[in-house]
Design a protein around this ligand. Structure first.
Ligand code: C2E
Ligand code: MG
Ligand code: MG
Ligand code: MG
Length: 290
């Protein structure tokens, strides 16, 4: 009896594993077609200065609408793209497309810096040429591009990584450390790498301001960032209380559903137009009163 049960159970697990393997294979095959079938697109999440609400940038977030599978989130397909090496071609497309869009906005007088996520496995000597090429082809000033890297890049091949990051910085692009606090790098690591900006992971923002540990961690991170001359961005701000708290303790920038969700390109363009209209309005009023 017990043996039969054991067999049933193992059959159950085997089937589950087979199902997930089949699913993975199906997703992998679908993802291989995604670029050619034009199924990838970019969303843009606005980033704001917390002290006065000025729109100061946006993060580029990849979206996949598969003809076969429907919408698939980057948390599911980016790891798969990394494991299969497809991230090279996809990351290249993201970088080009983001630079092109930023250049188009700039040509319309809607200048805004864009931040592009880069996987650890994309960080090879080829990336420097790729970034330089994307900037040159789109004529985007390097200062309008930031690359977001995760902590894992700091722990692999440290000397090569440091050299690579210096080369990227020499191009004039910004470097941000994404999801800060979720990896295993110590704050001391930061000093060894040419990073401009820390993005505090939304896991720490989530419980604010009630969560005492979260508050202490963020205060400590901001303190270190100040000493190292790093700008700070909080991710995942969802409530006015979180916004007020973060602004109060000196976090400079933020993004999150409270301000805006990641937007399709047309909605982001509308937002930029609205922000520009707000900027020029006082000048127009002055002009008309004269
Ligand atoms: P990330 O770079 O940390 O991006 C922030 C994630 O938080 C985004 O999820 C965004 O939609 C989400 N988010 C923003 N505000 C809020 C909020 O207020 N509350 C909550 N709960 N979530 C918020 P998304 O777009 O699903 O992307 C997930 C991750 O996928 C990204 O995390 C990034 O690591 C990766 N990713 C996205 N696009 C790319 C890409 O082009 N290349 C690479 N290599 N990775 C990407
Ligand atoms: Mg990011
Ligand atoms: Mg993040
Ligand atoms: Mg993340």
């Amino acid at each position: 009896h017990a043996k039969a049960q054991g067999r049933n159970r193992s059959q159950f697990f085997t089937r589950e594993i087979n199902d997930s393997l089949a699913q993975r294979l199906q997703m992998e095959q679908a993802l291989r077609q995604a670029l050619a079938n034009d199924e990838l697109s970019l969303n843009y999440q606005p980033q704001y200065r917390l002290s006065d609400g000025a729109l100061i940038g946006c993060e580029v977030l990849l979206r996949w609408h598969s003809a076969e599978l429907g919408p698939v989130g980057p948390d599911r397909f980016v790891p798969l793209a990394e494991e299969t090496g497809m991230i090279g071609a996809i990351g290249h497309w993201v970088l080009r497309s983001a630079c092109l869009q930023a250049a188009l906005w700039r040509a319309q007088g809607l200048e805004i810096p864009v931040a592009v996520n880069v996987s650890a496995c994309q960080l090879t000597p080829g990336l420097v040429n790729e970034v330089a090429g994307a900037l040159a082809e789109t004529r985007l000033p390097a200062g309008l591009l930031t690359l977001e890297l995760t902590e894992t890049v700091l722990m692999q091949r440290q000397d090569e990584t440091r050299a690579l990051l210096h080369e990227l910085r020499a191009l004039g692009v910004g470097l941000a450390m994404d999801d800060f606090g979720t990896g295993y790098s110590s704050l001391a690591y930061l000093k060894r790498f040419p990073i401009d900006k820390l993005k505090i992971d939304r896991a720490f923002v989530h419980g604010l301001p009630a969560d005492g540990d979260g508050c202490a961690i963020i205060r400590a991170v901001l303190e270190v960032a100040r000493h190292l001359g790093l700008a700070t961005v909080a991710e995942g701000i969802e409530t006015p209380e979180q916004h007020a708290f973060l602004n109060g303790i000196g976090c400079e920038e933020g993004q999150g559903y409270l301000f805006a969700r990641p937007l399709p390109v047309d909605a982001m363009t509308d937002l930029l137009l609205a922000a520009r209209a707000q900027e020029v309005e006082p000048a127009l009023c002055q002009g008309s009163s004269r």
